[in-house]
Design a protein around this ligand. Structure first.
Ligand SMILES: Nc1ncnc2c1ncn2[C@@H]1O[C@H](COP(=O)(O)OP(=O)(O)OP(=O)(O)O)[C@@H](O)[C@H]1O
Ligand SMILES: [Mg+2]
Length: 497
């Protein structure tokens, strides 16, 4: 089986999003699709699976025209699509999500729960995930929701599985398990389209790579015939220099002190840490270790209690609104929670929480909101104009808007949970640069991240979380992947405090 997409064109209004893209999926291959945010990757896959119609171009399977009405039709015909925006039904259970619309039935159409449970447990076992089948899906962490989506696709009898940023919220060990399954299915003849911004993953899993830039396919190559640098260059059209800016942090006054942070829901017990002016404190740990949960309690998003001192004053954390007022900002790992109002424009979204800080204190005082929005669009390379509706932006570009929006509140302490998830290499570097500038101006940053190179590249200190507790804080000079992983997995190293 060979699927070929030839000279695909697609416009949304004035925006020519795809301008003659060629792409093919061969038998039993993992074909990576790469490109900057907004290059057109998701759109191309939406055309293949019938979400959108192309304006022109041909799609064929073994030379015969191929067209699906929608993703369900594609799925029935062997093409599964795990979309970038997860398709979880938040109010249904895990089991219901897995089988929605395709429940196995017994005699007289009675739904066969036993069979469903058995199949579900089997797939969870191969993926090595522990999820309670009766848990309400909306209460799962983003990572687990992603695992649920992957399970759903792997349960189908698919010939082609399209994964659009499948590992954005997964940890290293989960990614390993996923890759084992991909390789296993590939040996059985299944093909994969694999979309990711993570270079290591691509070089690990892909047989071929196609790079898109500005709506055109500009390179297709065997993975073994190319290099990291060549791919980046193809993506952004130039060489990329140093990924991480140099940090010049010198220990400064104490800004935030958190102690006795407890939550019975999240199994956090007496967590404590400190953050200084202009410092970037990384939070590392395995998924489920409690990193995000600590931040959620600190910010007042989730139940729990804690003692917090901010700039020498004891503050009471009750809810996000109060926290923002005190000078905290939190970009959670769950983008939908940020209150990105999809029907609103970029500028409306950016100004939403910032209105106060623009009229009052903060470092943006004499700049108008407009200037700020323009500047962020340019710096973060947001593919869109400030009047554009956020719904129409690509996944990565929506995320950049979220970032711009919270930075605009000029907080004392900015908490970033997975700040570069789903962001392309060029823009990633801009975000690091921005973090550097913000801290040089005195802002303090907490960065929760699952990407070890990023944690090591950007943090002045790293707190490692294991089973709901900070088990060690490493100084910049002692940072190695090995040390972090040792602590994260419950091991001991001398430097740990
Ligand atoms: N429904 C839509 N209406 C208008 N414009 C759209 C729509 N969907 C996508 N676009 C535009 O098409 C372009 C490509 O978007 P697409 O989502 O395909 O990018 P992508 O390569 O998947 O990026 P990312 O890495 O951020 O996910 C973007 O500029 C986006 O704004
Ligand atoms: Mg996309």
């Amino acid at each position: 089986m060979m699927i070929e997409m030839k000279q695909i064109y697609k416009s949304f209004g004035q925006n020519d999003v795809l301008r003659g893209v060629d792409f093919e999926i061969a038998d039993a291959e993992v074909h990576a699709l790469m490109g900057e945010n907004g290059a057109g990757k998701s759109t191309l896959m939406k055309i293949l699976t019938g979400v959108y119609d192309a304006n022109s171009g041909h799609v064929t399977e073994d030379g015969k025209p191929l067209q699906f009405d929608n993703t369900k039709d594609a799925e029935t015909n062997g093409v599964s699509f795990i979309q970038q925006e997860l398709n979880i039904w938040p109010n249904l259970t895990v089991l219901e999500n897995l089988f929605l619309g395709k429940e196995p039935t017994k005699f007289l159409g009675i739904i066969d729960n036993k069979t469903m449970e058995k199949q579900a447990l089997e797939i969870f076992k191969t993926l090595n995930v522990q999820i309670d089948l009766n848990q309400i899906a909306g209460t799962l962490s983003v990572g687990m929701q992603q695992m649920l989506e992957i399970s759903k696709a792997l349960m189908q009898d698919s010939k082609v599985i399209i994964m659009d940023e499948p590992t954005a919220a997964l940890t290293t060990s989960e990614i390993e398990v996923l890759f084992e399954q991909i390789n296993k299915l590939k040996s059985a003849g299944v093909s994969f389209v694999y979309i990711s911004h993570r270079m290591e993953e691509i070089f690990n899993i892909a047989d071929r790579i196609t790079v898109m830039r500005d709506g055109q396919s500009i390179l297709t190559t065997k993975t073994q015939d190319t290099t990291n640098t060549a791919i980046v260059k193809a993506m952004i059209g130039r060489d990329l220099d140093n990924q991480y800016p140099e940090r010049n942090y010198q220990q400064d006054e104490l800004v935030l002190s958190v102690s006795k942070l407890n939550s019975s829901v999240h199994h956090l017990k007496d967590v404590h840490f400190e953050l200084h002016k202009g410092e970037i404190l990384g939070f590392s740990g395995l998924m489920g270790a409690g990193r995000s949960e600590i931040m959620r309690v600190l910010f007042g998003l989730d139940k729990g209690d804690t003692q917090v001192t901010l700039n020498g004053k004891s503050i009471h954390v009750r809810n996000p609104h109060a926290s923002i007022k005190q000078g905290l900002a939190f970009i959670t790992e769950n983008r939908k929670e940020e209150g990105l109002v999809l029907q609103d424009s970029i500028i409306e979204n950016i100004s939403l929480p910032a209105l106060k800080s623009f009229s009052k204190h903060g470092f943006l005082t004499d700049k108008s909101m407009n200037d700020y929005a323009e500047q962020m669009i340019q710096r973060l390379n947001i593919k869109g104009k400030k009047e554009d509706i956020c719904m129409d932006l690509s996944g990565g570009n929506q995320q950049k808007v979220v970032l711009a929006k919270w930075i605009a509140t000029a907080p004392h302490v900015l908490i970033l949970d997975e700040p570069t998830r789903g962001i392309d290499v060029g823009a990633k570097r801009e975000i690091y640069q921005l973090m550097n500038e913000l801290t040089e101006r005195g802002m303090s940053i907490i960065m929760v991240s699952s990407e070890l190179p990023e944690v090591i590249g950007m943090s002045d200190r790293v707190a490692v979380v294991h089973e709901g507790n900070i088990v060690g804080v490493l100084n910049n000079k002692d940072l190695t992947e090995e040390r972090i992983m040792t602590l994260a997995t419950g091991g001991n190293i001398d430097e740990a405090i």
